[in-house]
Write a protein that binds this ligand. Structure first.
Ligand code: FE2
Length: 215
């Protein structure tokens, strides 16, 4: 696996200074990892989500998926770290607006995480669609410019082919389970319906690159 073109380690001096202490009024459940390489990203994930929860299982599943993809396509570690952390906005310490992509990216930005990683978290899985529903699309774009599509699409692919429990699934199964989970008039259902054609095209394109079936 390649390393990212820019190191993820440099901007973390300030964060190290607050290791194991309260940060932004939220108690940290464990120490903040020294680096956000994939192992560090997993450590932060484990610190922020309760053990045994679907959010933790899903995030780990998406991270594992990204590790597979990165091996096949030679993607940088940045993809894998972003995959482990993509849903960190659901963690209690990060919750703010309710748009998990924005909350997660803001939380990581406050920790000093580089823009290459926060941009991926902010925009994964067609975030702008739900952001528009919530009136947050301007804030999302202003605070976190959309990253180049290469890694963003791979991250979205990993998310859209991993179940809520962290198992590999087809995109059909993923949509089916999302629509089962949320009522049709729910904001998440409406956003996913709106983004579905683009997401399906994205997944198909990446599956062709990876060689199907990729389970
Ligand atoms: Fe996700």
């Amino acid at each position: 696996m390649q390393t990212s073109t820019r190191p993820l380690t440099a901007p973390f001096a300030a964060r190290r200074a607050v290791r194991g202490t309260a940060i932004y009024g939220e108690p940290m459940h464990g120490t903040i990892p020294r680096e956000l390489d994939p192992a560090g990203a997993q450590a932060l994930l484990t610190a922020l989500f309760e053990p045994g929860t679907d959010r933790l299982a899903h995030s780990r599943g998406v991270g594992r998926r990204a590790e597979q993809v990165a091996r096949v396509l030679g993607s940088p570690d940045l993809l894998v770290s972003a995959a482990y952390l993509h849903d960190i906005g659901y963690a209690a310490a990060a919750l703010d607006t309710g748009l998990h992509q924005l909350d997660g990216a803001r939380y990581l930005a406050r920790l000093g995480v580089p823009a290459e990683l926060t941009g991926l978290v902010a925009h994964h899985t067609e975030a702008t669609v739900e952001a528009a529903e919530r009136g947050l699309d301007d804030a999302l774009r202003r605070e976190f410019p959309e990253p180049a599509p290469e890694l963003l699409d791979l991250l979205t692919y990993c998310d859209m082919t991993t179940s809520a429990r962290g198992e590999p699934v087809t995109v059909d199964e993923r949509f089916e389970r999302i629509y089962d989970r949320y009522p049709p008039d729910h904001l998440v259902s409406r956003s996913m319906h709106s983004a579905e054609p683009r997401l399906r095209r994205l997944v198909s394109g990446i599956e062709r690159r990876l060689g199907l079936p990729f389970r």
